[in-house]
Design a protein around this ligand. Structure first.
Ligand SMILES: [Zn+2]
Ligand SMILES: [Zn+2]
Length: 268
């Protein structure tokens, strides 16, 4: 049993064959999928909710849950009303987290100060709503750590997961010390990802998740193709190998961790 704890299904990449994608996920043992939202302004922030509502729930298909949030790429397009809209969307039954939110100083699609402002506003909102967060961090670890550490010291620690964790052992320990979970993507299977594999070995069993981040980051042997939730099983197999665990034991652990971090997902 696998759970894809972070993927994007509302893009054009899946317009043609989403039903088949979900069937393949079920066949690969994927039990649940957290669909990440996009958008920045009212009217565009509810894509993940609409997708989850639109797809029929069937016992034979993965359960779908939604996250809503403003990606750091889109921070400059956020409007004053965006936070109110997120607050409203977070009341929806299918919404179990805010995300993805964070900092991306690799692409710098939005000015850094603006990214920080929108990120911290969403952390405040998550705190108010008692919702966990799915955090994106690229080329911004020192700033990310500083923000999260300052909040923890001020008695407002973030509850959430560093999605697609792509740092090494030092950063893994820093995130774990802040109470965060680490989610590993298909990068775990890439040849040059030894620091990430080291992080995946050291993390406590109760603080790990796996994800596809589909349509991006397809694991080996599909690297370079459109990723899809079924392939979270390949990342799961790599993680089980790294930690010396049998697949069912790791799958059970991932499900337990997911349920603990996202209590509103109520998958049982
Ligand atoms: Zn991301
Ligand atoms: Zn993502």
């Amino acid at each position: 049993m696998w759970i894809d704890s972070h993927c994007h299904l509302d893009g054009t990449e899946f317009h043609g064959d989403l039903a088949e994608v979900l069937q393949r996920a079920a066949a690969a043992g994927v039990h649940a999928i957290l669909v990440i939202g996009g958008g920045a302004a009212p009217g565009t922030l509810d894509g993940s909710c609409r997708l989850v509502q639109r797809l029929p729930a069937a016992p034979s298909l993965p359960r779908l849950r939604a996250a809503v949030g403003i990606h750091p790429h889109d921070a400059a397009r956020a409007e004053p009303a965006s936070l109110d809209e997120l607050r409203r969307l977070a009341q929806a039954e299918e919404v179990v987290a805010l995300g993805e939110i964070g900092l991306d100083f690799h692409y710098d699609h939005s000015p850094r100060g603006c990214q920080i402002e929108i990120f911290t506003q969403q952390l405040d909102l998550a705190w108010d709503l008692n919702l966990p967060v799915s955090i994106h961090c690229r080329a911004a670890w020192p700033q990310m750590h500083e923000i999260l550490q300052a909040r923890a010291r001020a008695g407002r620690p973030a509850a959430g997961v560093m999605h697609c964790f792509s740092e090494g052992e030092t950063e893994a320990r820093e995130a774990l010390d802040l109470g965060l979970y680490l989610s590993f993507s298909g990068i775990l299977t890439f040849a040059r990802a030894e620091p990430i594999r080291a992080a995946a070995r050291l993390a406590p069993a109760g603080r790990i998740l796996i994800e596809t981040d589909a349509p991006f980051l397809a694991p080996v042997p599909h690297r370079g193709r459109r990723n899809e939730p079924a392939w979270v099983a390949l990342t799961g197999a790599k993680l089980a190998e790294l930690r010396g665990l049998a697949l069912p034991a790791l799958g059970d652990q991932m499900a337990e961790n997911f349920a603990r971090l996202f209590p509103r997902a109520a998958l049982a």
